[in-house]
Design a binder for this molecule. Structure first.
Ligand code: ACM
Length: 687
């Protein structure tokens, strides 16, 4: 039985009436929410006597995975001398894991599992070890504590993913990410039950794979920052040990600056090529009429498929504007002779050639949605990515591809680099609205991928741009479509976020590193108060024209300490709205406003002593001014004060001035709440 999410207050009432001691939301701390959860009476007490039995025929990876899970439990419980026995066919274990056969990370692999927790026994069953690993992550999320110690609540869970393709793409071209970063993100992916790591290994800013057959690529086009083949094999093994498969991307024929820096003879224009340093769409493009291009691409593919067992190979194919094709008379002549009408058709010709090479090596082709064209074989996977930012309706290419019979993966809506709040991603479902596709076409929607483009991130900050928001996206890919309660998601996300730290994720830690650097290890606490209510500018506005920053800019500044979801600010906005609607919560609102009203003064010595922070000085002052206006509003609303004579004009000016601030390429995220209070006091909307 699938449960429906019921608002927390309804549960509270039900439990109160039933006389139950506990009024917990059905979802507790589970993320992604399993398909079916049946809470029962009783608790399995976790003690140092726990024994673990692994039964059946699992892949060996399950022993190591279980060992790491026990270690995480140990880290949470503080059990110092835990002689946990993880034994094969250990039928006496109090935690019994039973799997029928070894699994292989792959599309459509069975990842289902069941968990049954009773007072004496935990039983985790799965058809293979992939499901068992997913179940172990759920088990970790079940751990609770009371005054008597740690326990797992009695429960029966049945679970399986909604979509078979649940990915995270990491762009390691624009900023190189060393393998330690990849490892820890694979750990986080496994914790969130993601199963596809899409490795974007080439782009205008660098080629990142050591290739022995075309060594010019990593030697001349990587600034010395590339993965050795040994490292790549290690990453693939690390991923497989966590039930994740790794798909490489070699982005062609556009995004070609790096390839052409190494191999200019393959370009469509006779020019000197160089690695890109800014953000943007660049013209360097492989020449599809040059046979040597296919010879080199075959060498690249042959060596890459030997490294990557993934049955899918991503060829990129995005954002090829074809300017260099237009300028090249030989290419124009080729098109005329071959009856190729436009650049899109020419790219179709190029893709068909590439498809043939991939087929020779037994690989399916995947590409960004621009590869969708007449004649592309139906097994090609279309990666849908464009939408509102490109002036197109959401999911247009997704629907178009599925209607044409192609399997599709959705990334539009999951561009986590753009720093939109979690809920914007969470509410995007890979499945189009009912009625847009037939049942048969719906089967072609494989799932989705969060995409982490790396123009504005470094190894220090990248985790904080991926997590915790990608955990909410992972829930969208795994859980039932009905799981959409935003407050409940935020509540659980807070738990998941700190739990990810036990895997070494740096998303929370990095902020502190940056704050210490900005203040020269000074008054971090006060600066944190400002950071907590500021968000980096969203979409493509943080980096105007792609040139405000280069790949060499410091990403250790104020904006880099700010999160996409300034929770304190957003929670305040909700509290202000709630106060205006119900009159409740005045004390908390006032207390917060008082802190902000004095923040600028408290922060001034830090701002004055650290020139790197001058970029947020006016924003800090604007926040304190706006908070003082809101404090007056609170007095007016409660009837303690009459509206001061010039209040409306002043408040309007102060709020608008605060809204105009883009200090350090960030903006104040608590202004909607401040405005709500001011408008409630004056009884009108202010522009
Ligand atoms: C893309 O964002 N250019 C796929």
């Amino acid at each position: 039985m699938k449960f429906a999410i019921v608002p927390t207050h309804v549960f509270a009432l039900v439990f109160l009436l039933a006389g139950a001691a506990m009024a917990q939301p059905q979802t507790r701390n589970l993320m992604p929410v399993p398909q079916s959860v049946d809470w029962q009476q009783g608790k399995f007490r976790l003690t140092q006597d726990l024994t673990v039995g692994i039964n059946g025929l699992p892949h060996d990876r399950l022993y190591a995975y279980t060992g790491r899970v026990v270690q995480r439990l140990s880290g949470r419980t503080g059990f110092l001398h835990w002689p946990v026995q993880i034994g094969h066919q250990h039928t006496q274990g109090s935690l019994q894991i039973t799997v029928e056969q070894p699994g292989t990370p792959a599309l459509y692999a069975d990842e289902s599992y069941t968990i049954s927790v009773s007072e004496n026994q935990i039983s985790l069953r799965a058809p293979n070890d992939l499901g068992a690993m997913r179940g172990l992550e759920t088990l970790l999320q079940l751990l609770e504590a009371d005054e008597e110690g740690y326990y797992f609540p009695a429960v029966a869970i049945q679970d399986a993913p909604r979509f078979p393709w649940r990915g995270l793409m990491l762009d390691v071209s624009r900023h190189f990410l060393p393998i330690e970063v990849i490892y820890r993100n694979l750990d986080a992916m496994a914790a969130m039950k993601l199963n596809v790591f899409h490795w974007h290994l080439s782009d205008d800013h660098g080629w990142r794979v050591e290739l022995r057959s075309v060594p010019e690529l990593h030697r001349l086009a990587s600034d010395g920052q590339y993965y050795t083949q040994e490292q790549i094999r290690s990453v693939i093994a690390y991923a497989e040990a966590r039930g994740i498969w790794v798909m490489p991307e070699c982005d062609v024929p556009g995004h070609g600056s790096a390839i052409l820096t190494a191999l200019p003879q393959l370009g469509s224009k006779d020019m000197e090529y160089d690695l890109a340093r800014n953000a943007g769409i660049f013209d360097p493009t492989l020449d599809p009429t040059n046979e040597e291009v296919y010879v080199v691409l075959e060498k690249i593919i042959a060596e890459m498929v030997a490294l990557f067992p993934s049955p899918y190979f991503h060829i990129g194919g995005d954002e090829n504007e074809g300017h260099h094709w237009d300028e090249n008379p030989n290419i124009q002549e080729f098109m005329q002779v071959n009856g190729i009408e436009d650049n899109h058709e020419l790219q179709g010709y190029f893709n068909a050639r590439l498809h043939k090479i991939l087929a020779k090596y037994d690989r399916e082709m995947m590409g960004w949605e621009e590869i969708l064209a007449e004649g592309i074989p139906e097994s090609t996977v279309i990666h849908s990515w464009r939408g509102a930012n490109e002036g197109l309706p959401a999911k247009q290419s997704l629907v178009q591809a599925a209607k044409a019979g192609y399997p599709v993966v959705l990334s539009n809506g999951y561009y986590i680099d753009l720093m939109y709040p979690t809920q914007d991603h969470y509410l995007v479902d890979p499945m189009p609205e009912k009625g847009r596709l037939t049942a048969e076409e719906e089967k072609l929607i494989l799932g989705g991928e969060a995409t982490m483009w790396s123009e504005l991130v470094t190894p220090l900050t990248v985790d904080s741009r991926i997590w915790p928001r990608t955990a909410a996206i992972a829930e969208r890919f795994w859980s039932d479509a009905s799981i959409t309660d935003l407050d409940d998601m935020q509540r659980r996300l807070k738990v998941v976020s700190y739990q990810l730290e036990e895997l070494g994720l740096q998303h929370l830690h990095a902020r502190e590193v940056i704050l210490r650097n900005l203040t020269r290890n000074g008054d971090v606490a006060t600066l944190r108060e400002l950071v907590e209510v500021c968000e980096p500018l969203q979409g493509y506005t943080r980096n105007p024209l792609g040139v405000y920053y280069t790949v060499h800019s410091p990403y250790t500044l104020f904006a880099d300490a700010c999160m996409a979801d300034a929770r304190l600010a957003r929670d305040f906005n909700a509290a202000a709205k709630d106060f205006v609607a119900t009159g409740k919560g005045a004390e908390a609102v006032i207390s917060q406003l008082e802190r902000w009203a004095t923040l600028h003064e408290r922060l001034s010595p830090t701002l004055a002593g650290n020139p790197v922070l001058l970029e947020v000085k006016e924003q800090s002052k604007a926040l304190s001014d706006a908070a003082r206006m809101a404090l007056i509003a609170m007095d007016v609303i409660s009837g303690q004060k009459a509206l001061p004579a010039d209040y409306v004009d002043q408040a309007e000016h102060v709020l608008n001035h605060a809204a105009e601030q883009e200090g350090g390429r960030t903006q104040l995220a608590n202004l909607p709440g401040l405005r709500t209070l001011v408008e409630a006091a004056v009884g009108e909307n202010l522009d």
